[in-house]
Design a protein around this ligand. Sequence first.
Ligand SMILES: *Cc1c(COP(=O)(O)O)cnc(C)c1O
Length: 405
Amino acid sequence: MTSDHTQNWRPATQLVRGGLNRSSHGETCEALYLTSGFVYESAGSAEARFKGEEDGFVYSRYGNPTVEMFQDRLKALEGAEACFATSSGMAAVHAALASQLKAGDRLVASRALFGSCHQIVTNILPRFGIETVLVDGTDLDQWRDALKHGAACIFLETPSNPTLEIIDLPAVIKLAHEAGARVVVDNVFSTPLLQQPIQLGADVSVYSGTKHIDGQGRCLGGAILCSRDFHDDVLLPYVRHTGPALSPYNAWTLLKGLETLDLRVGRQCQSALRIAQFLESHPAITRVLYPGLESHPQHALAKTQMRDFGTVVSFEVAGGKLPAFALLDNLRIVDISNNLGDSKSLITHPATTTHRAMPEEDREKLGITEGFARISAGLEDVEDLLEDLNQALDTALQTGTVKAA
Ligand SMILES: *Cc1c(COP(=O)(O)O)cnc(C)c1O
């Protein structure tokens, strides 16, 4: 088999076979190399490997055969030149930004970000002298204005967590490159199957493996996809010494997760659309956000850059926090949890959990109100999920805690 041949595989084939590197035992399943270090034939060989003159592993903080299979599979899936796997999605976001920024640099980011991404951009990086400018990511004029003064880098999520804003990737990437800025995209909500930022011109695409890639609630992980030059010259010198490496055991779990990603995400997208349609017709719900709904402000744009509309639906319950909590508390199948992309359907109240640390002013600008909830569609039968949502909304209505809109 030539590498050219494997490069032509379609995504569902890459998910199962991409990066597979069998040992001399010919095992069916990817081998788990649970080792921190590696031994050398001779002192000279150790010297040559440290110099990069001899191929081979050195230390699992730098690389490991199981982790490498995971990296190679993701690379093949997205058509990226290089990948570095990390211990969590946040380690990936942090390393992708911190490895390239220095004091005095400007970072322009969309405001609609996951809580921890918002913290890195607005609190942690500024401590090191990096200036951050937040823009409404859906407004190209705001990107243009912010980039007038130049920037080292831009950072964005699309769809964003949890408001499901869609950002015009080709247009924003063009503006950033004209201003000399690198583009880092947090692609967690799309997964590498629904949208491929690198193919659209982004410099770096970042994943949380914890979400859909594992998708079964087992482990944390993350990944940074980029060009060979960025990987070798910018990222590796940073991550080798700061140590956000993925454990081989988690890499093995994530490899198993990738094998079923296409099946799971396909099913979850279908269920998410059904849930969004159901909620849109329910009187206790004032607003539903799902890129697959015609009512979504960027539905047309989502159709041009995504293969499907994602596995998460956000909505607002009439009457604020009390009725929203009553809904969550009355669900019998859907669990209250801040994770997403899981085989189990999960619901969360962002204003009091994932986005609690975000200043109220920013939450208001994004529309993360007290009645706002985010549901991640799992793999249960969608009819059971709809019945569960229906009875929880009814119970909440009957107990008088939800006022019909
Ligand atoms: C969950 C999430 C992350 C962080 O991933 P972890 O694996 O939990 O560290 C980053 N970005 C987005 C959009 C997320 O939803």
